[in-house]
Design a protein around this ligand. Structure first.
Ligand code: ATP
Length: 191
């Protein structure tokens, strides 16, 4: 069993995540992808995300019925700051062959993650295409250790979706319909 681990805030999960996850599954020949919402992302401690119960519920309804997509509530149940190294050590008990899926924006910051070298010893780092504001002047060892894959570039971000909702703009075609209905029902992102 070869699994892909896709972590994030997922506030909310959107088609950028879902479309690229399907592509990475096919390109890397993965048996399944496990989405893992963070309780608190280490690089987002200065901002308040939606309650984890909402974020994981949206994730669940977005992937419902897709046999090769799964989720884990490990980080949410654990609470505190969700460090990927801790989650991977836990997952290694069940899965031997793990690929960690991150967006290109996150690769550029990977050296600042907790124990990046140890992460690389546990998993293969797979990087999704994503536009970044500025390319790094120097590529670091993590860049060279990773597998950059040709996923479609889908320019959707959760930040943009939250802004659109706040400004009463439609979010059709950015998130699955049932996620859109969930956001409306619980009045998320309206402040
Ligand atoms: P925010 O705008 O709130 O920062 P986000 O849209 O970047 O959120 P996250 O939940 O933080 O979404 O992302 C989880 C992971 O998915 C990260 O590794 C991120 O790089 C990646 N990702 C998010 N959106 C895309 C996209 N459109 N294409 C490829 N990767 C993406």
């Amino acid at each position: 069993m070869k699994v892909g681990i896709f972590g994030g805030t997922f506030d909310p999960i959107h088609y950028g995540h879902l479309i690229t996850a399907v592509a990475v599954k096919e390109i890397r020949n993965l048996d399944k992808i496990i989405f893992i919402p963070s309780f608190i992302a280490p690089h987002k401690t200065d901002r308040i995300s939606s309650p984890p119960e909402h974020r994981i519920e949206m994730l669940k309804i977005a992937i419902k019925g897709i046999p090769y997509f799964d989720y884990s509530d490990y980080e949410i149940k654990k609470e505190g700051v969700s460090f990927t190294i801790d989650t991977l050590r836990f997952l290694k008990n069940n899965y031997k062959d793990i690929e960690l899926i991150i967006g290109y924006d996150n690769l550029l910051d990977f050296r600042n993650w907790k124990a990046p070298e140890d992460i690389l010893k546990l998993i293969k780092l797979v990087v999704l295409k994503r536009k970044v504001i500025s390319e790094p002047l120097e590529k670091d060892k993590f860049y060279f250790a990773s597998e950059l894959i040709e996923t479609p570039t889908i320019e959707i971000s959760a930040t943009d979706i939250r802004d659109r909702v706040r400004n009463n703009k439609p979010i059709n075609f950015l998130v699955p319909d049932n996620v859109m209905e969930y956001i409306n029902h619980f009045n998320l992102y309206k402040d």
